[in-house]
Ligand binder design. Structure first.
Ligand code: GLU
Length: 289
């Protein structure tokens, strides 16, 4: 089977060293095994995505010496497909509308500060979980917007049925290339949002939809997404999608010990380039040569 890897950046800022590591890992792993390498632009957040960042991503990756297949998929052109998958989940009875505002969610979380998901967001308290159908209809008629959340308990029930009681797992390929079976714990995400209020999908739904559509066989991404894989595996089971293997690579930390991030203004690849750093210097800094 041909190995298919991808690098899937969100164009809401410039790429930094952490992205370089992810992209090079995917590219080199694919090439070592005579496989294919794809880039996917994850621009579901249309308010924060910018074409200028998309152009900068291609420029930075080319500067690193990477090549990828074209045309490149942009998730914002596939909202219809995500809606179809969400409808399938709805028909299974595992999604429910949630009208809660950010303020309501934070207020509810203040009562239970310990309950957080792996991203540090408050676990959903179930505020609007048990609305009657007529109350939902009334709010919709008033034009109230809502997100769709997964009913984790129901989803796990459907999953158990589909897996015939087998445990939910994924295969992590460790740095020496050995496969390791990892047990998933999707329940740690609680009733996570599957379709956001502001855009017709979520990262988790779009990522499983597209890894399947593009025939990705090995997902290479940072360790920060390790726990997300459990929730994504649950969606794959519910939607009967093919299952890739995973490599969750080490994270690069800033001098202050936190993970590099665009939002924190960490040095971008283009800044490094402007300061005379070469692609080879980057590979050396990442200990890839
Ligand atoms: N778009 C995600 C990000 O930029 C990565 C998604 C993934 O690799 O699964 O963090």
């Amino acid at each position: 089977m041909t190995l298919v890897c991808r690098f899937a950046p969100s164009p809401n800022g410039y790429l930094h060293l952490g992205h370089a590591l992810s992209a090079i890992e995917g590219f080199e792993t694919a090439h070592r095994h005579g496989g294919r390498f794809l880039v996917r632009i994850e621009d579901i957040d249309t308010a924060r995505s910018r074409d200028a960042y998309v152009a900068a991503i291609f420029e930075d990756l080319a500067w690193l010496g990477l090549t990828w297949e074209t045309p490149v998929m942009r998730q914002s052109e596939h909202f219809g497909r995500y809606c179809e998958l969400a409808s399938r989940l709805k028909a299974m009875g595992v999604l429910y509308p949630c009208f809660a505002t950010r303020a309501e969610i934070s207020a509810a979380a203040a009562d239970n500060p310990a309950e957080r998901d792996p991203d540090g967001a408050p676990l959903y308290s179930g505020l609007y979980k048990y609305l009657t159908a007529s109350e939902i209809a009334r709010r919709c008629e008033c034009g109230e917007n809502y997100a769709l959340r997964i009913d984790m308990e129901k989803a796990l029930e459907v999953m158990r049925h589909k897996l015939n009681g087998e445990p939910l797992t994924f295969v992590e390929v460790n740095p020496s290339g050995e496969p390791e079976i990892i047990a998933c714990r999707p329940e740690i995400w609680g009733d996570a949002i599957i379709v956001r209020k502001d855009t017709p999908t979520s990262y988790h739904l779009a990522v499983v939809a597209d890894d399947a559509l593009q025939g990705i066989t090995l997902v290479t991404r940072g360790r920060d997404l390790f726990q997300a894989t459990g929730l994504q595996r649950l969606l794959q089971v519910l939607l009967e999608l093919p299952v890739p293997k995973y490599v969750h690579h080490r994270l690069l930390m800033g001098e202050d010990g936190r993970k590099l991030a665009k939002s924190a203004g960490d040095t971008s690849l283009r800044e490094l380039r402007a300061n005379g750093v070469t692609a080879m210097d980057i590979k050396k800094a990442l200990q890839l040569v």
